[in-house]
Design a protein around this ligand. Sequence first.
Ligand code: SF4
Ligand code: SF4
Length: 364
Amino acid sequence: MNLFDPELLDRCISCGFCLPACPTYALTGDEGSSPRGRITLMRALDTGVLPVDDPRIREEASFCLGCRACEPVCPAGVQYGQLLETWRDLTWTGRHRPVLARGLMTVAARTALLRLLGLVRRPARGPAGGPVSLMLGCFERGLFPGVSRAARALLPGVAVPAGQGCCGALHAHNGESAAGEEMARRLGEQLPGVVVTTSGGCAAHLATVLGRERVHELSEHLVATGPTPVGEVRVDGRRARVALQDSCHLRNGLGVAAQPRALIAAVAELVAVPGEASCCGAAGTYAMLRPRDSRRVLDPKLDAVEAAGVDYVVAVNPGCLRQLQTGLRRRGSRVRAVHLADLLVHAAGGRPLPRPRRRALRAG
Ligand code: SF4
Ligand code: SF4
């Protein structure tokens, strides 16, 4: 039937190298919840062996985090993220799209509403024009406007055009890939020159539409063009111990992993934590749509962060930041989650960071 691009679907050679990298396979041990198993389901859908309303087809399209950890380990170069977008285009149509996702997509598609959010929370603003533009992500505008201000402080002279729309990643990952592509294209027209974003997820989506050379996530932009970070982050009279939570799409989609680590190491003691490269369970709308599964993915990660004795865990994506902050607060952890932009600005003598608590309020 060619519901999927045959060139993409036929690339999988069923070797299974991707299974150990998949967080949902780690949870269930079930082949159907692995990348290879899901590609088998896509093939069954493509050939008409299973209908689109088959419960397993719908469940696995939803259970998948979309983290793309299966891509870098795949010897055949399967572009699983693109296959998943098509799969959700087919299965998350009309009433089958989760209500919450529908609501968020409606908000994100309305530029006027985004502008209102910006006005209420007063995000960073700057003169329009110039060779480098800062993208104000819609999630960030609503929840973390300080991150945009910090990014602007790190990028003197950056243009921050007002009235920016959404990049469309939300749509692309929730069953409306054509709309997601169109929104990215429109945003590209609004933002002159190189587009810098503080969101790994937005960067990966924008790069697929605007081209890799036009889109920079903040850490890669700073490492490529900026001066070495100045200052130091200190806690209790010593250099702060800081871990990184990778952004899945930034790491697995764009191959950016060394840059945020280099920036952290310049201003603090970088601490490697087991599992730091795997998904935190935020995964776009996943934490809201499947909170129980999201916590099953997150909890062992927070255990590892706490066991490592760090003061801060740094996120490079606002969704991950919210997920980590919520999880750490829930367990009364002493560890604080902050965005990389905030960490660097604080090191340079800017806005204070939340202080790590002296000890855990309660265990578990
Ligand atoms: S997706 Fe890649 S790694 Fe996984 S089974 Fe297919 S070819 Fe092998
Ligand atoms: S995107 Fe993530 S959760 Fe989905 S199949 Fe790939 S590794 Fe597993």
